[in-house]
Design a protein around this ligand. Structure first.
Ligand code: ADP
Ligand code: MG
Length: 262
């Protein structure tokens, strides 16, 4: 067994050299350990190895795209503790290959505060930047302000066309503040303009059933959700806030009583 693995490792080294991609040798062995631990499929493993190589090749441009994206903090998939969110592990591994961007699929991250929605949205944004996609990150209310400005200047169609050239737009915190009717309509236009063209990642602390209240109108919310989830992966994060958990604060009685779901 050990001898066979060594032969295979040598073969990988040789083949990676022949492909002029020597980094694959290191990625293949490191990712194999991760794949065995996490129970990835063969396809997920291959995608992860190839992704590393593509990332490494794209690095100079990727740094610029990461800086331009406006992430609130730099967070990566490697930094994410999947033991805290085991159900997100498989789905995220599939997304990490970046295939969702090519297919203009969306990702929706749902869950209570502190469960890692912004972290995962940022991490997938970094994946996108490394794959060569331009990315923009902003909170839902900032998107609405931005679209309102464009609308008032009579520039909305041009602005939506410009945004379509971004392979990924991230809308963080849908539902923290309800939208005015006009804002809901502008947001709907953003979603429509990207539908089957380019990806969106949305995060929300509300389940879809609560979005009607945010958009002030059940019909607008339903039409929007329909377009968003038609081609989407929906990840539902659960449990107590990671911020509190790592500090051990979640064991305080006052916090416990505030979170009956846990
Ligand atoms: P949310 O957007 O769901 O409110 P965040 O993504 O902002 O939560 O997470 C809050 C903080 O906790 C961030 O600093 C984030 O990096 C960290 N965090 C949350 N979940 C995890 C996790 N599973 N592994 C590592 N860090 C995490
Ligand atoms: Mg957040």
């Amino acid at each position: 067994m050990a001898a066979k693995q060594t032969d295979t490792a040598k073969q990988i080294t040789y083949l990676a050299g022949a492909l002029k991609a020597p980094r694959i040798t290191e990625a293949a062995s490191r990712m194999a350990d991760q794949a065995r631990d996490a129970g990835w499929s063969f396809e997920d493993y291959l995608a992860a190895v190839l992704e590393r190589e593509v990332s490494a090749r794209n690095t100079p441009g990727a740094e610029l795209r990461i800086k331009a994206a406006g992430f609130p903090a730099r967070k990566t998939l490697e930094d994410f503790d999947f033991d805290a969110q085991p159900t997100a592990r498989q789905q995220t591994a599939a997304l990490a290959s970046g295939g969702f961007l090519l297919e203009a699929r969306n990702v929706v991250l749902l869950g209570p505060p502190g469960t890692g929605k912004t972290h995962l949205a940022t991490a997938l944004g970094i994946v996108a930047a490394r794959h060569g996609y331009r990315v923009l990150f902003a909170a839902a209310t900032d998107w609405v302000t931005h679209l309102t400005d464009a609308h008032q200047q009579g520039n909305l169609p041009r602005e939506l066309a410009r945004l379509r050239r971004y392979g990924l737009i991230i809308v963080d915190e849908v539902g923290y503040l309800p939208f005015e009717q006009d804002a809901a309509n502008l947001f709907f236009q953003l979603v429509s303009s990207r539908y089957e063209h380019a990806s969106l990642i949305l995060t929300s602390n509300l389940p879809f059933s609560g979005w009607g209240g945010v958009f002030g109108d059940q019909a607008v919310a339903a039409a929007m959700i329909d377009r968003i989830v038609h081609h989407a992966d929906v990840l539902t994060l659960k449990g107590a806030s990671y911020r509190l958990r790592v500090r051990g604060i979640d064991s305080l009685p006052s916090i416990k009583t505030q979170d009956p779901a846990d």
